[in-house]
Ligand binder design. Structure first.
Ligand SMILES: [Zn+2]
Length: 250
């Protein structure tokens, strides 16, 4: 009977393997990672944008002070030029030229400030859009995280149940049979036990030789498939039912 238990153990281990893959390789992990990366990019862009905005505002303040200085200079020149204080023609000409260049300077400064203000406005709009994207990204990330957590909790619960079943099952199997099981599993990539149905090994679909067939009815015998090397287990539906009834009584 314990060979049937080994086969059941293999079934359980295969189911545990499938669940573990779903747990560890869950596609929601990737979704969470992608959403986190998207949020990171938006946050980085927003941070850079805000830095740039700070620099632009600083430049604007400085430029406005410069403009005030230039305007004051122009005002002063203008007043002196038309105050009648200066009579010397040469000096007046010089002042006129100077006033002209200060006017040019003022115009250029005003133009620069204007384009700077436009750039700031653009940057502010970008910051608003990025802030909205950041909020949306955070919601999206949180949503994926919640879905992943729910999924993992579900899978974790199923895994715990199977693990519990496995613990109960292995308690019923002799230690040397468990060692044999581990050995067969290693040798055959997790499918070291094969059922025999209608004299065919279910591991490799090859007929069992008549010499071996007889041994399969001996519950104490260990019979290996001559073709694939798997440990063979033969049980009928009746045996399965009987076994289930046994375990229910026990
Ligand atoms: Zn085989």
């Amino acid at each position: 009977m314990s060979l049937i238990l080994l086969w059941e153990l293999q079934e359980l281990d295969l189911a545990i393997g499938v669940l573990t893959d779903k747990f560890e390789g869950n596609p929601l992990h990737q979704e969470v990672e992608d959403a986190a990366a998207r949020l990171d990019r938006v946050e980085e862009e927003l941070e850079q944008g805000e830095q740039l905005l700070q620099e632009q505002r600083k430049r604007l303040r400085r430029g406005e002070l410069d403009l005030e200085t230039i305007s004051a200079e122009r005002e002063e020149l203008h007043q002196r030029l038309y105050s009648g204080e200066v009579k010397n023609i040469k000096e007046l000409e010089q002042m006129e030229i100077k006033l002209g260049s200060v006017k040019q300077k003022q115009l250029a400064q005003e133009e620069e400030l204007l384009s700077l203000m436009e750039a700031i406005e653009e940057q502010e709009e970008l910051a608003v859009a990025l802030t909205r994207q950041k909020k949306e990204g955070a919601v999206e990330l949180h949503d994926w995280q919640r879905r992943l957590e729910e999924e993992l909790a579900l899978l974790g619960g199923e895994l715990a149940k199977l693990q519990e079943q496995r613990d109960r099952l292995t308690e019923q199997i002799e230690p040397d049979r468990l060692r044999l099981y581990d050995e067969m599993m290693q040798r055959h990539q997790g499918r070291g036990i094969a059922r025999v149905i209608n004299d065919i090994c279910q591991g490799c679909s090859v007929f069992i030789s008549s010499a071996q067939r007889g041994f399969l009815y001996d519950p104490a015998a260990l019979v290996y498939c001559e073709n694939c090397g798997r440990l063979l287990v033969r049980f009928t539906g009746e045996e399965t039912k009987a076994k289930q009834a046994d375990s229910q009584q026990g």
